[in-house]
Structures are given as C-alpha cells and as structure tokens.
Write a protein of this length. Structure first.
Length: 72
C-alpha cells in the first residue's frame, strides 16, 4: 500500500487560516506577547517582503531554544 501526505499551505484545499492564527498566537503567548488580531496576521502571512520573526514575534531572528514552540 502506498501512503501519501499532502501539504496545503496556501489554503487551496482547506481553509487553515484559523489554525495558523492560533499557532502564531500560541508562540506569542510563550514569548509573553499580546495576541495579534486575525486580520493583522492574515494580511502579512504570505508577505515575503517582511521579517516574519520581527513582525509576528518582535524578534530579529528565531533562537534555537524557541523551536520547541513551533513543534507543539
């Protein structure tokens, strides 16, 4: 039997926007930051011209010890 995993990161098959908003706010909570509004997150989610670490988490970059928050 062949197994297949499909990743739908742009919302073509499933609207995963609320899951992404919750994940970003979960990490913000671990950093003791206030949650962001859904509209603010979704407007910048696929914007490759911004520093995502700075915009979403007020950090210059991601630290190795923060990786655990992204795997929960």
């Amino acid at each position: 039997m062949k197994k297949l995993i499909i990743f739908d990161m742009d919302g073509t098959l499933v609207d995963s926007s609320i899951t992404l908003v919750n994940a970003i706010n979960h990490v913000r909570d671990n950093l003791s930051l206030e949650p962001m509004r859904q509209e603010d997150i979704l407007s910048k989610l696929n914007d490759h011209t911004i520093n995502s670490a700075q915009y979403f988490y007020e950090a210059d970059s991601f630290k190795a010890d923060h990786e655990i928050w992204f795997s929960e």
